[in-house]
Design a protein around this ligand. Structure first.
Ligand code: SF4
Ligand code: SF4
Length: 98
C-alpha cells in the first residue's frame, strides 16, 4: 500500500484504526529468523516464550505443529531485526540471509 504525498492525511494522522495490518513490513527484511524446534524450550516443556514477548512487530506467532503448540514467524510482518534470536536463551533461532 502506498500513498502519494498529497493523499497522506494532515500531520500524518492515522484516521483509520487498525490500518497497520495493510503495511506488509516484511519486505524490508534482509535476514529472516529460522527456528530449530529441537532447541526450543516451549516445545520441550511449555516454558519460555521470550521470542514471542520481545518481538516488536508481533511477528512471532503461536501455531500448531504435530498436534503441539509451537512458535513460528509471520514473514509478512517480520522485519528481520533479530531481537527474537538475541533474546532466545537456547540459541534456537538463527538468522539467514534472504
Ligand atoms: S526478527 Fe525481529 S521482527 Fe522478526 S520475528 Fe524476530 S523479533 Fe520479530
Ligand atoms: S525464545 Fe527460544 S527457547 Fe524460548 S520459546 Fe522462543 S525459540 Fe523457544
Amino acid at each position: 500500500m502506498s500513498e502519494k504525498y498529497n493523499e497522506i492525511p494532515i500531520a500524518g494522522n492515522i484516521i483509520e484504526p487498525g490500518n497497520s495490518e495493510k503495511y506488509k513490513t516484511g519486505g524490508w527484511r534482509a535476514e529472516r529468523p529460522i527456528l530449530s524446534d529441537e532447541k526450543c524450550l516451549w516445545l520441550k516443556n511449555g516454558t519460555c516464550g521470550r521470542c514471542w514477548i520481545f518481538c516488536p512487530d508481533m511477528a512471532v506467532i503461536l501455531t500448531e505443529k504435530d498436534g503441539k503448540h509451537a512458535f513460528a514467524f509471520n514473514y509478512d510482518y517480520c522485519k528481520g531485526c533479530g531481537i527474537c534470536a538475541n533474546e532466545c536463551p537456547t540459541d534456537a533461532i538463527h538468522l539467514e540471509k534472504e
